[in-house]
Design a protein around this ligand. Structure first.
Ligand SMILES: Nc1ncnc2c1ncn2[C@@H]1O[C@H](COP(=O)(O)OP(=O)(O)OP(=O)(O)O)[C@@H](O)[C@H]1O
Ligand SMILES: [Mg+2]
Length: 234
């Protein structure tokens, strides 16, 4: 029996995943600042929108207005009614697209979960993005508290039968990596003075995957993953 796959919106990454992600599960995208996590998350979101799905995008660091400007520059049209953006950024010039949620967000995962559940009461979302989870993790007082909250989050999302993509810029993401169903890493290397980007899948439950580090670029049409070039580390 073949497992259903959903597109992440990047052909070269879909093929690394053996066709795409397995729906209804939670995945982690990790990478240092500027590696392209938001861009990848937006490809995933817009691939859903392109096939008529509802997508909930929670932005936790980049105000929605900036996100729109930056992503529209890469050719994404964020004005679809199927896309709901929640601005949960802690900045003064926040642009709250969905009212009454902001205050509760900064407190952590539990409140994030209830805010997402409220959204699901209004309509079903096929895809959910949390970009990035870093802030929530840093504001959670105890590691054990974070673990419990993260586990509850993954369970809740599984129950909601939605596909979730979480981004994180933290080096140490053991808790998340253990609990999610798949992990994709974005890396940057300096090779002979030149910045080289590489993408790699480190975990994908329920599927085989291409474990090669593939070179990728961020172009004016977003992320392109190459299969005809290789990264040769010195
Ligand atoms: N048109 C473009 N051509 C080349 N590179 C671009 C283009 N547009 C954006 N970039 C690059 O994409 C990177 C930012 O991507 P993105 O915001 O997705 O990264 P990120 O991992 O989410 O970063 P952060 O951790 O700061 O949130 C930057 O390094 C930027 O220079
Ligand atoms: Mg980002």
């Amino acid at each position: 029996m073949t497992v259903e796959r959903i597109s992440v919106g990047i052909p070269g990454l879909n093929s690394m995943l053996g066709g795409g992600l397995i729906p209804g599960r939670t995945y982690l995208i990790k990478g240092a600042p500027g590696t392209g996590k938001t861009t990848l998350a937006m490809h995933f979101a817009m691939a859903g929108v392109a096939c008529g799905e509802n997508v909930l995008y929670v932005t936790l660091e980049e105000p929605a207005e900036n996100l729109k400007t930056d992503m529209e520059r890469l050719g994404f049209n964020l004005s679809s009614p199927n896309l709901t953006i929640i601005d949960a950024t802690p900045t003064a010039e926040r642009y709250v697209l969905v009212e009454n949620f902001f205050e509760s967000f900064s407190e952590g995962m539990d409140k994030m979960i209830s805010a997402i559940k409220d959204q699901f009461r209004q309509r079903y979302y096929h895809r959910v993005v949390l970009d990035p989870i870093t802030m929530i993790k840093m504001t959670t007082r105890e590691e054990i508290e974070y673990r419990r909250a993260f586990l509850t989050f993954v369970k809740t999302m599984t129950r909601l039968k939605t596909t979730v993509l979480i981004t994180s810029e933290l080096e140490k993401t053991n808790v998340e990596e253990y609990l999610v169903n798949g992990v994709i890493e974005l890396k940057m290397f300096e090779i002979q003075g030149k910045l080289t980007r590489g993408i790699r899948i480190t975990k994908f439950r329920g599927s085989g995957f291409d474990g090669t580090i593939r070179p990728y670029e961020i172009t004016d049409r977003g992320i392109v993953v190459y299969h005809d070039r290789f990264i040769s580390l010195p």
